[in-house]
Write a protein that binds this ligand. Structure first.
Ligand code: ZN
Length: 418
């Protein structure tokens, strides 16, 4: 077996690992670097691509193979949500004035190639998938060739979150020859989720008490579904006072439909409910003009670059009564939210001093260092490759797990014979 790390090595973005045997060439994920757009230097001589989940850093390059005779494998939810995100990607690239040689028909072609089976036998390779707990439809991928086994984690979450159960580690195959594992938080320990939710609610209550506006920029896929439901339920349970509450994102609204359609993938508790995403207190609005202040608003884009979150950031950042709650850990260097944290944002060339309360409370769908170590101890891989993490995070984790497994932190385009 030969493994080549085409992307997502020593970095986050552009995930793609190719596993080659004498029988078949299979890519695990086919992503883009979200701030760079489509890449045309991807491996194309493939029999199959297994897509672990719909985040574009794992799926965003699939349009470049929509014309090839390559089998694409992933859950139905991943297929539908990837299609939505790819259409949005085409729209954004065109708005930025970048040439995109793809259109809606190519997205449909890709959907037609896509097999949604949980397991599949290719010549000489058996593919099986296991829920990864990271976002709706996310899977880990197990490959069994004639003489080797490999487990690819994709992005994963061990602990239960509000709408998804964490990975069922007991169900996973043990002692693979190779484990390819994400290391996003390889060097980081995070507080428990309940603690983070408590801090979130206390920050919201504090701002409501002084009659301020609260802006929560969030991603259209998974984060908006999770955050709107969380706040809706908290208001229902009187953990938060009633307040004008809205979300703005057509894309998130469309994606929520797939949550209804794929309810069995959600946590057992949520799956039991008839309409878990029919919100009672958080209203969807299409335009900022429909907002009655003071309000709490959850909206795209997640990093504050565009959309309602950019407009509201400029509008609300100057007032000390307001709050902006960032719920992602990673922020790209040019993100308006980083500038807000540093005290100054720029809107149409005009500089605005940030007086609003800027708080970062990360409710992540990734395993942290302790959980990653426990995962390795339980799975007992012979050899482990750490990907999907910056070098410092991967190195910190490598030191901790090297007594349990042989560890490598591959370079981009590096190959290994197993
Ligand atoms: Zn992801």
């Amino acid at each position: 077996m030969k493994i080549t790390f085409n992307g997502g090595a020593r970095e986050i973005g552009g995930s793609c690992t190719v596993v080659e045997t004498e029988d078949a060439r299979v890519a695990l994920d086919y992503g883009i670097k979200v701030d760079e757009g489509l890449s045309y230097n991807m491996p194309e001589d493939l029999d199959a691509v297994v897509v672990s989940h719909a985040h574009l850093d794992h799926s965003g390059n699939l349009l470049t193979i929509a014309d090839k005779k390559i089998v694409v494998i992933g859950t139905r939810a991943t297929r539908e949500i990837t299609s939505e995100l790819l259409q949005d990607l085409i729209k954004i690239q065109k708005m930025k004035g970048n040439a995109v040689p793809y259109n809606f028909q190519d997205v449909c072609k890709l959907s037609e190639l896509w097999l949604t089976r949980q397991s599949l036998a290719l010549p000489g390779v058996e593919v099986s998938q296991y829920p990864a707990g990271h976002v709706l439809g996310a899977n880990m991928v197990h490959l069994k060739t004639r003489d080797k086994t490999l487990l690819y984690t994709g992005d994963f979450c061990v602990h239960d979150t509000e709408i998804l159960d964490g990975v069922d580690v007991d169900a996973l195959p043990r002692e693979p020859d190779v484990l390819i594992m994400e290391s996003t938080y390889g060097g980081t320990s995070r507080p428990k989720r309940e603690e983070l939710v408590k801090s979130l609610f206390s920050k919201i209550r504090e701002t409501m008490k002084r009659g301020g506006n609260i802006l929560i920029p969030a991603f259209a896929f998974h984060r908006i579904q999770e955050m709107t439901r969380r706040i809706d339920l908290a208001m229902g349970a009187k953990l938060l006072p009633r307040y004008n509450a809205y979300y703005i994102s057509g894309l998130a609204h469309r994606i929520t439909q797939y949550y209804h359609d794929n309810k069995t993938l959600l946590s057992k508790q949520v799956n039991k409910q008839a309409n878990p995403f029919n919100l009672q207190r958080v209203r969807r609005v299409r335009r900022i003009g429909q907002i009655k202040e003071p309000a709490i608003v959850i909206c795209t884009s997640g990093f504050g670059h565009a959309g309602a979150s950019r407009v509201l950031l400029s509008k609300w950042a100057g007032n000390e009564d307001n709050a902006v709650i960032i719920n992602t850990g990673y922020l790209p260097p040019d993100s308006p939210l980083i500038m807000a944290k540093e005290g100054k944002i720029v809107d149409n060339g005009k500089s605005i001093n940030v007086n609003a309360d800027i708080e970062q409370i990360e409710l992540s769908g990734h395993a942290d260092q302790e959980e990653l170590i426990d995962f390795v101890k339980t799975i007992k891989p012979k050899r482990t490759f750490l990907i999907h993490g910056n070098l410092d995070q991967a190195q910190a984790l490598s030191e901790k797990i090297s007594k349990y497994t042989d560890v490598e932190i591959p370079n981009k385009n590096e190959s290994f014979e197993i």
